[in-house]
Design a protein around this ligand. Structure first.
Ligand SMILES: Nc1ncnc2c1ncn2[C@@H]1O[C@H](COP(=O)(O)OP(=O)(O)OP(=O)(O)O)[C@@H](O)[C@H]1O
Ligand SMILES: [Mg+2]
Length: 461
């Protein structure tokens, strides 16, 4: 791990040299200077993790420098050193964004404590920033086609209202992204976004999942449980695949929406909640109503603002943008430089029908990032990957003509899966497969899975 870099700014030579000695012994990289001007010059050239600033300096004093560094968004933590305690100064320094301040004569323990706290705080802030950026990236809605522009406009109009939104669209078109975008741009953005996949929860559990239950209300209810409606209080509840909810559950949900309160399964006090509901479906709910599978009164309650997410086929002009977005995403994840895609390869992709929509495209790009050895993705590579996909996820178990072909296919899929599960760490994947590292390397090569490279270890912060 690289050493943390500290800049000490003090016009007393003794302070600089003793701090340098102590901090270097502690494993920090230290530079010192004796004036504000010099400090500004050094910080323009170099990114320090921490700056220790004497308050009393000739000409430009410590507070002025602090102000300048903060105005320029200099990312270091800043600790003020003051000759004599002065509450006013401390308050001003804190307001200006100093992390803390220490008094002369410096106590060794206190100094090291404050430095370590400041560095820890800075690391947390940095981590937080990265996570946020990653999250925003993950949930970004990519697309500049007319259809997507219109959808984004509708999202921005619907978001700040409290209106219930119903999102229609086929599988993998991005309905969940739309729901998250509405929440993020709403007045409820800092409250929770809670998702319920109505299709994935067995019918007998869905009520307890939605409304919670009290201990002992049914076999298996060994503790009290908070339901999704309660978890989402103040925020947004996303009812995904709402068309798959049973008729009975639909009635209960309808009542809760009307009354804005409910009870946990098994009784207890009525609970009032303030939630905004966003629902999504890939079904034609009007058809489902006709067939008697969906309650029309619930449909009208949920469908205040309808939004339609278009099929990828209807906006193929977005495909190049989506491809670069996913290339960047997965290259970063797999520790590679983003690859280039040739114009022919893009054309090839635009000819495909994309029954699985953007999700299918995303999976395909991940496959390409892992499997294509060169830095360029050609039309042939795309053809191969499209073929591999058709063979891949949907291949019938008994459709192979020879044992060799079946074995090859299965081995390849299993190895890929274990590699993914183990973050492309060959040693761990080999262990999971109960073979040794060199054998796995050999198999990877002979199955044409190269260039699966081991991921560089992540930086230890
Ligand atoms: N416009 C887009 N920009 C970037 N990524 C997208 C876009 N649309 C979809 N995706 C990605 O494709 C995948 C599928 O999207 P999402 O889960 O939102 O689809 P969905 O409509 O909810 O699908 P399903 O009906 O199958 O649940 C996600 O990983 C999502 O991040
Ligand atoms: Mg979904």
């Amino acid at each position: 791990m690289a050493k943390d870099k500290i800049l000490v700014v003090d016009d007393e030579e003794g302070v600089c040299s003793s701090l340098r000695g102590i901090l270097e012994d502690e494993g920090f990289a230290v530079k010192t200077c004796s004036s504000g001007e010099e400090c500004l010059r050094l910080t323009r050239k170099e990114l320090f993790d921490l700056v220790m600033l004497d308050v009393w300096l000739p000409r430009l004093d410590g507070l002025q420098i602090l102000e300048k560094l903060k105005a320029g968004s200099y990312p270091a933590g800043i600790i003020m050193i003051s000759g004599h305690a002065n509450v006013e100064m401390a308050v001003r320094a804190t307001k200006l964004g100093a992390f803390d301040f220490i008094e002369k004569p410096l106590s060794l323990d206190k100094t090291l404590l404050v430095i370590n706290n400041a560095l820890r705080q800075k690391r947390l802030e940095e981590e937080n920033r990265l996570l946020k950026a990653k999250l925003e990236d993950r949930y970004a809605i990519v697309g500049e086609s007319d259809a997507m522009k219109k959808l984004k406009e509708q999202i921005m109009i619907a978001a700040p209202t409290n209106g219930r939104v119903m999102i229609f669209g086929e599988n993998g078109t991005g309905k969940e992204l739309v729901a998250r975008a509405i929440h993020r741009s709403s007045l409820r953005a800092s409250a929770p976004f809670v998702e319920v996949n109505c299709a994935a929860i067995p019918d007998e559990l869905i009520e307890s999942e939605l409304f919670g239950h009290v201990k002992g209300s049914f076999t298996g209810a060994i503790t009290d449980k908070v339901g999704k409606f309660e978890q989402a209080d103040g925020g947004t509840l996303f009812l995904d695949e709402v068309g798959d909810m049973s008729y009975k559950t639909q009635s209960k949900v309808l009542r809760v929406l009307e009354e804005q309160r409910f009870e946990r399964v098994g009784g207890g006090e009525p609970i009032e909640v303030d939630i905004r509901v966003i629902a999504a479906t890939n079904k034609n709910l009007e058809e489902e109503i006709k067939k008697g599978n969906f309650r029309d009164d619930l449909y009208f309650r949920l469908n205040v603002i309808p939004l339609y997410v278009p099929h990828l086929r209807e906006r193929l002009e977005d495909l190049p943008l989506l491809v670069s977005h996913f290339l960047e995403l997965f290259s970063r994840e797999h520790g590679q430089k983003p690859k280039q895609v040739t114009t022919e390869a893009i054309k090839q992709l635009q000819q495909y029908s994309w029954p699985g929509n953007v999700r299918e495209l995303k999976n395909l790009v991940e496959r390409l990032v892992i499997m294509v050895p060169s830095h360029q993705i050609s039309r042939e590579a795309v053809e191969m990957a499209l073929k591999g996909r058709a063979e891949g996820e949907d291949r019938e178990l008994y459709s192979f003509s020879s044992l060799r072909e079946a074995r090859h296919y299965f081995e390849r899929e299993l190895i890929l899966r274990k590699l993914k599960e183990n973050n492309f760490n060959i040693t761990r994947a080999a262990k999971a497969l109960q073979i040794d590292r060199t054998a796995l390397h050999r198999r990877i090569k002979s199955l044409g899975l190269e260039p699966i490279r081991e991921k560089p270890p992540s930086r230890d912060i």
